[in-house]
Design a protein around this ligand. Structure first.
Ligand code: OOG
Ligand code: MG
Length: 262
């Protein structure tokens, strides 16, 4: 199904309003059961255009549903891609107000920053490593705009893959000397360990998520530009948070990042 531009604009406005006003909605596929991936990415692009038109900036890209833990948790089986806006960025150790969110969850992430552009098709792990300057610990706050956090792939793509807030660590390390597959990752909530994994949980290698992103963009005639921060996807299941919670992610060799929820 191909939606007409007016419908794409209307659905984008609806989803972005849910994001900005922190209220939930039914999945797009309830009213548009045949929603295609192409249309879903057109809706996401329209949300991005709306933010840019108001003076917002795109400060990074993300891959999601890249680990079996996440795919199993959400009942879907393919990665998705979204963008990070400047309004989502939180400083390390900073505070996130839950009143601005619907039903937030946190997930530990491994982030890469590119030095050179990455162009698919055929982008692979080695090309990503050769083109990356930094690897950082990350913590993403996701907040699906869909009721009860339940969705299908086209609906979540249109909703910019549940993007809401994110923080990356201040201690970047060059990825060349590290084996990103065996990097240990711990997620802590209120001092208790609530998730444990290694980098290989993400598509076998976190750089594979960046390669998949480059190949996805190539199908649209786009690339991952030089200097792009990429969140490679939740390494463990996402964990719900509420006001008063403190969350930390510790990644072997990369230090830690934390957030408080108020
Ligand atoms: C979709 C967004 C996924 C990740 O890292 O897997 C995502 C969701 O689970 O709501 O950001
Ligand atoms: Mg994520």
């Amino acid at each position: 199904m191909t939606l007409d531009p007016t419908t794409v604009a209307r659905l984008a406005e609806h989803l972005e309003t849910c994001e900005l006003e922190a209220h939930d909605t039914v999945k797009l596929t309830e009213a548009h059961p045949g929603l295609s991936f192409d249309d879903a990415y057109r809706i996401q692009a329209e949300i991005r255009r709306r933010k840019l038109a108001r003076g917002g900036r795109v400060v990074g890209l993300k891959a999601g549903l890249t680990s079996h833990a996440k795919m199993r948790q959400m009942g879907v089986e393919a990665p998705v891609f979204g963008f990070l806006s400047d309004a989502f960025a939180v400083p390390d150790g900073g505070e996130v107000k839950v009143s601005g969110l619907i039903h937030p969850k946190v997930e530990p992430e491994i982030a890469l920053v590119t030095r050179a552009p990455l162009r698919g098709p055929g982008c692979h792990v080695a090309a990503v490593l050769a083109a990356s300057d930094l690897v950082l610990a990350g913590l993403e706050v996701i907040d699906s705009r869909y009721r009860d956090f339940k969705f299908d792939l086209p609906s979540v793509v249109a909703d910019n893959c549940s993007s809401a807030r994110f923080v990356v660590g201040g201690r970047g390390t060059r990825p060349q000397g590290l084996d990103l597959r065996t990097l240990g990752v711990i997620l802590e909530k209120n001092g208790e360990i609530v998730g444990i994994a290694a980098g290989a949980a993400v598509l076998g290698h976190p750089a594979a998520a960046v390669a998949a992103l480059a190949n996805h963009l190539a199908a649209r005639g786009e690339e991952v530009p030089a200097g792009t921060l990429v969140l490679t996807g939740g390494v463990t299941e996402a964990v719900p948070v509420k006001a008063g919670d403190h969350v930390a992610v510790r990644v072997q060799h990369l230090g830690s990042v934390s957030l408080r929820f108020a």
